[in-house]
Design a binder for this molecule. Structure first.
Ligand code: PMP
Length: 311
């Protein structure tokens, strides 16, 4: 028998099959929602799920809510507790993906005034293995779609409408036989992957696009910046990156909650470095993977541990 999943909607836990919204819901029509993608990583050694950087995800969610004028009745601590309680209730003893969504939940069509609409919050979680094959370096394509500029749509937070561009880019790359898309900014500089931040290593220096390059301020990105500094003694330079710099890089890798830390072996049919996972990428991968399951003592406070009871 398949396990019954539980969601959180309307201020309480409900069976997921009953967590529904109406066809007139504003967010469905206009993308007026802010979401998060959080991973709970199952650690078999201790029999617990390690939820990675839970509070930081909710801090970002609330930043998005502020921009979209969504007023939730919850603090970061409340949201963390709601998540821990739902992980406990669901009882999954495997890797999970956790999806909170704050949205304009009013059934209102032909109303473009954010200030007049009611807000809603929902949370679901699902068993989730790998999002992208990170056992081998990826083949990437520079997308024909450009990353929206913050002047068109706020880019540092996960506003749902923004993902139309990511989805067009990812679908185009997959249809052309690539694994992932890299999006450029309107000025042709590098922004990020369709659902990942991008880093390059060249002549021993790690660089990544900065906040003003319209990329999402990724939590994995921040974790990697800290791990590189503290554990490898390498500062990550945040700057404008030209497309052609990527072709000449020694290593390129992508970071994201779903995608983890994945090396790029090819971009636009040009081999990056040796085409294999480079030494810096490998060291960061090893650090990252032990950290996200709660096995790195120095960063154990980045994980919120849940022993799922399923009750
Ligand atoms: N960029 C985009 C467009 C994303 O959707 C994601 C995934 N949330 C990322 C970057 C990586 O962010 P994070 O490390 O916080 O998951």
């Amino acid at each position: 028998m398949t396990q019954k999943a539980w969601a959180f909607l309307g201020g309480k836990q409900v069976p997921q099959e009953d967590a529904k919204v109406g066809v007139m819901t504003h967010a469905l029509h206009y993308g007026t929602s802010v979401f998060e993608g959080i991973r709970g990583n199952w650690n078999d050694r201790i029999g617990k799920i390690a939820i990675f950087r839970l509070a930081e995800h909710y801090e970002r969610l609330l930043r998005g809510c502020k921009i979209l004028r969504i007023d939730l009745p919850y603090s970061v601590d409340d949201l963390c507790q709601i998540t821990v309680d739902l992980a406990d209730k669901n009882g999954f003893r495997e890797d999970v993906y956790i999806r909170p969504l704050a949205f304009k939940g009013q059934e209102a069509v032909a109303n473009l005034n954010l200030n007049s609409l009611d807000d809603e919050f929902m949370l679901v979680m699902l068993p989730f293995g790998s999002y992208i094959d990170n056992t081998r370096p990826l083949k990437c394509q520079t997308s024909s779609w450009r990353r929206p500029m913050d002047s068109s749509m706020p880019t540092g937070v996960k506003i749902a409408g923004l993902y139309t561009t990511s989805i067009l880019a990812k679908s185009e790359a997959l249809a052309a036989g690539y694994d992932e898309a890299i999006l450029l900014n309107q000025d042709g500089s590098v922004s990020e992957g369709s659902g990942e931040n991008l880093f390059m290593v060249r002549d021993g220096v790690i660089s990544t696009p900065s906040e003003t390059d319209n990329c999402l301020l990724g939590i994995t990105r921040d974790s990697v910046i800290q791990l590189a500094k503290n554990e490898l003694n390498m500062d990550v330079v945040q700057r404008h990156i030209h497309r052609s710099e990527l072709y000449l890089a020694d290593e390129v890798f992508l970071t994201g909650t779903a995608a983890h830390l994945t090396s790029v072996g090819e971009l636009d049919n040009r081999v990056i470095g040796t085409g294999t996972t480079g030494a810096v990428t490998k060291q960061l991968q090893d650090l990252y993977f032990s950290t996200v399951v709660g096995d790195n003592d120095r960063y154990v406070n980045w994980c919120t541990f849940v022993t799922p009871s399923g009750g």
